[in-house]
Write a protein that binds this ligand. Structure first.
Ligand code: DAH
Length: 347
């Protein structure tokens, strides 16, 4: 009996790993352990054995049964895995982007920037760009901001150490310094030097000031610069454009007010206040949002434009303040903390 049991196990060990389908498996299982199978037949033979041999034979049969079951389980698991793989199709290409990747949300500043750019594009403006590392020429000199102007003070502006060269930002004058641009107005000069009027550009970007960070100040923030140069441009055109963009962005109830101001690169110059009491959490009547004016003829002369022919307006809008108004945000620092609980509330 022992030999027969060993032979049965050996036969199973040879046969079961070669099975590939469930019907084959079921048939083999019946042959080994089914009611009419080989093991059952051996168990029946036990009855004919002498009484003293029965316990030993019974133990052997039980052991064999356990081992056969293990072999059958292994074979079934293998066949099932193959069935699942066949259902799933070819192997998964793990280099493909996951279709289930969480989409994320756009940053509120990106949303406001893109919205404003798209509003301005409807009015014929095209997007322009300039470097964040600038020279004094583009940031100040060409914008008629003299060397002793307070905006150029080392307390207000991040100057870069002498001797460091910035690849594609060429100095106009040998003695001038590199700095982190304090406003996007530098893009006005770059655009005018690179092309001919008429010009109608919008230049969004990051700017830097030596400000102490608090709820309304940040050492880096964002602006959107606009410049329009053409024949016969007037303050009326400027006011009409600002009325249009702020009403489009914040709603038709928005009011826009000009206050006289001074900027070296515009004459006359204005600060622009918005009244938008319909927005949540806007509790001041007028909020300052923007500087603007008619391009100063001195700036045109500096870039070689004929001031008898060309006129224009320019404006610079603070993006953070606009986003804070629009979304009812009361602290500028939220924009930069990358807290998903904050960021996921927009878009
Ligand atoms: N550059 C100014 C600032 O950062 C804003 C500004 C004022 C931009 C007048 C302009 C302008 O284009 O004409 O405060």
């Amino acid at each position: 009996m022992q030999d027969q049991l060993s032979a049965l196990l050996a036969q199973a060990a040879a046969e079961l790993p070669a099975l590939t389908t469930r019907p084959e498996f079921e048939a083999a299982k019946a042959r080994y352990v089914g009611p009419h199978g080989a093991l059952t037949a051996l168990m029946k033979q036990m009855g004919a054995l002498p009484k003293e041999q029965k316990p030993v034979a019974g133990k052997l049969i039980n052991e064999t049964k356990g081992q056969l079951q293990t072999q059958l389980d292994t074979a079934l698991a293998r066949i099932e895995a193959a069935e699942i793989a066949a259902q799933l199709g070819p192997a998964v290409d793990v280099t493909l982007p996951s279709p289930d990747a969480p989409p994320g949300t756009r940053h509120p500043l990106t949303l406001v920037r893109d919205e404003l750019c798209s509003i301005l594009r409807k009015a014929g403006f095209v997007i322009a760009d300039g470097p964040e590392v600038e020279t004094e020429y583009y940031c100040f000199d060409a914008l008629n901001t003299p060397a002793d102007h307070p905006a150029r003070d080392a307390q207000d502006t991040f100057y870069l150490p002498d001797g460091v060269r910035f690849g594609n930002v060429a100095k106009k004058n040998p003695g001038e310094k590199y700095l982190l641009r304090t406003h996007t107005s530098s893009v006005q000069i770059r655009t005018m030097l690179a092309g001919k009027p008429p010009i109608r550009i919008v230049a969004p970007g990051r700017v830097y000031r030596r400000d102490t960070v608090d709820a309304t100040h940040s050492a880096n923030f964002h602006q959107i610069e606009g410049l329009y140069v053409d024949r016969g441009v007037t303050v009326r055109d400027l006011k009409a454009l600002l009325d249009y963009i702020f009403a489009s962005l914040l709603g038709p109830d928005t009011k826009v007010r000009f206050r006289p101001h001074y900027f070296g690169y515009t004459e006359p110059s204005f600060e622009v206040d918005l009244s938008a009491r319909h927005l949540p959490k806007v509790n001041k009547e007028w909020v300052e949002i923007c500087g603007c004016g008619m391009v100063d003829p001195l700036v045109f002369e500096g870039v070689g434009y004929d001031t008898d022919v060309w006129s224009g307006y320019a404006f610079g809008i603070g993006l953070e303040r606009l986003a804070m108004m629009l979304y009812g945000i009361d602290d500028i620092r939220y924009f930069y903390q990358n807290d998903l609980r904050f960021l996921r509330q927009f878009s």
